[in-house]
Design a protein. Sequence first.
Length: 313
Amino acid sequence: MAVAFKPRNLLIFGATGAIGSFITRSIVSARSEFERIAVFTSPPAAGSSKAAKLDELKAKGVDVIYGSIENEKEVSEAYKGIDTVVSALGRTAILHQIPLIKLAAASGSVKWFFPSEYGTDIKYNESSAHEKPHQGKLKVRAYLEEDPEVRCSGLAYTYVVTGPYADMYYAFSGPEEAGGFDVKAKRAVLVERNNRVSLTTMKDTGDFVLAALRHPETALNKALRVNSFTTTPGEILAEFEGQTGGAPWTDVKETSLTRIRELEKESDHVVVILRRIWAEGGTLYEKRDNDLIGNPQTDTLQESVAEYIRENS
């Protein structure tokens, strides 16, 4: 595809989900830059929070298309006139993107596809191909890059690789030894206190997608490795302590990388696997790609911790 291409008509899958809400918010904030923004979603229950979100989007000039991602006819109809598709489907629906990509390639109008890549880099190094949490996304990438019909169609792709979301990194979401921060109890478990980790806030993830849409000349057919900031669990703890009164938290434990590896063998929990990858340095790069898409302003550690405290106090 010629780099002169500019996305004008967008369709978003997963627009009301955890990360999709942030991606959609960022794109809709630039509504005037696009001729049409549409979201494809299943019908919401009356009075639900999802229904409220969709009503808000409609009020901002977003077209809402109801259907099932498993219905080829409904998806094909939704693709009419669309040139760019942004997927924000969750982990359990990752493989549903393959038929969506197939239909996009056959649509005649869709030129650019953003699969749901946000998160840990699935091609960080040679061992990445064997990591359990990466398997679905690896299959999606292989289909986009290697399927003869997709390649013949000229469908371009962009992977927005963010590393762990700061908002979720702070939370206890698996076995306690896997780490987290409890604001109310002033309790923390640090995985390798001094090992550096790059994080991206969910808000910034949305802004990075918008920035990529604004820079097709550098984003087409690339994996963009972006982040908000790089820090350590120890620095995160110090920031939480500073913003919750200044006194040291007294209930602080530490988990070594050796112990995380043992815990992975015991439980095979996806959160434990990801925490091990992150503690091993699987989010760090010599150079990040923020500059390729205009260096959008990002949250700082201080801002992300402050937001997390507001949401969880």
